[in-house]
Design a protein around this ligand. Sequence first.
Ligand SMILES: [Zn+2]
Length: 231
Amino acid sequence: MPNKTLNAKLLWMQFEDVLAPRLGLTVWDRAVYSYLLRHSLVVGKLRLHFAVMSVARDLGLSNGPVRQAVRRLDELGALRLLERSKTGHLVEMRLPEQIRALRPGKNGASGAAGAAGEPSASKLDSTDFLKTWALRKTIHDRERSACFYCLRRTPANVQCLDHVVPRARFGRNSYRNLVSSCMECNTRKGDRPAPDFLRTLYRQGRLTPAELDGRLRALKDLAAGKLRPSL
Ligand SMILES: [Zn+2]
């Protein structure tokens, strides 16, 4: 809570030791979270209004990765995006101890949630694959560390999870809607429909005709629930 004096030492340790590794934050996520926290809860403000451009400038990053990081932090529950407009973003920040996925017994701190036992089909369908690092990893493993869109190999530090349908109302964090992708595809795809984006890659010579066919088929299989991550 903003009025309570923050225990800086505890916060720093929670951030480095729990939040970043358990949510599988990238260096961009970490930089953005830490920057936003500095300008909100650390100075006693729960909410913060900011422009992506100025955050990017202060952090020496371009706008795309900052925008992606804000979106991811929102999905992970590290902040709540209250408003997005031309004048900027309004967010409500969460301290590590307030993030649901990190609370003991809430599929987070108790360990690799969902990693034990064989879940039923309906359980798999309702599983939020952004919730824990272990679950996020199963999606990356399913793609064998290659970008789902451009098929390039993506080392762990530049891979991210992309929502195929950005604002899908149901099961948006389901294994049927999440793919492992490189940062570049994740940023360039934006809110475009995935098949359109794949065709752009094809036109740019990044995919062969056979690869494009394969990717379009994979998209259908994904939505049909045929590409199950192994838990
Ligand atoms: Zn890619």
